[in-house]
Ligand binder design. Structure first.
Ligand code: ZN
Length: 127
């Protein structure tokens, strides 16, 4: 295939009218506006203190937002996978995998939030 073939191929594809393109952009813009704002979180951005190699690589360090020196480490790759029940209906596999991943992510978020909340209760009461 050369450039002329490609041009010909593209020319044969159905073309969108400017109106259709505009409607698509407008629909995308409205969807973005209607989307809920991201859930507020007390979780700060993590650091990766051990880099990419070694047994502790992948460790995420969540430091105290008040920079007191406290931190909470999490390593998602060392986390137990938990129980995953393979659905009998193969069509539901994707759904089940997504639900499982979401549950793990939720537990992960909850652990970090609890650690930070406990730290604030102990070290920075009232903040
Ligand atoms: Zn602190």
């Amino acid at each position: 295939m050369n450039a002329d073939d490609l041009d010909e191929l593209l020319a044969r594809l159905p073309k969108k009218t400017p109106r259709e393109v505009f409607d698509e952009l407008e629909a995308a813009r409205r969807a973005a506006e209607a989307a809920p704002p991201p859930e507020p979180s007390i979780i700060p951005m993590p650091d990766y203190p051990y880099g990419l190699r070694g047994p502790l690589s992948g460790t995420m360090r969540f430091s105290c937002p008040l920079s007191c020196g406290w931190y909470h480490d999490e390593n998602p790759s060392h986390e137990p996978l938990g129980t995953f029940v393979v659905p009998l209906d193969p069509a539901k596999l994707n759904e089940a995998l997504t639900a499982h991943a979401e549950a793990r992510h939720e537990a992960f978020r909850q652990r970090i939030e609890t650690a930070i909340t406990d730290h604030f209760d102990q070290a920075h009461p009232g903040r």
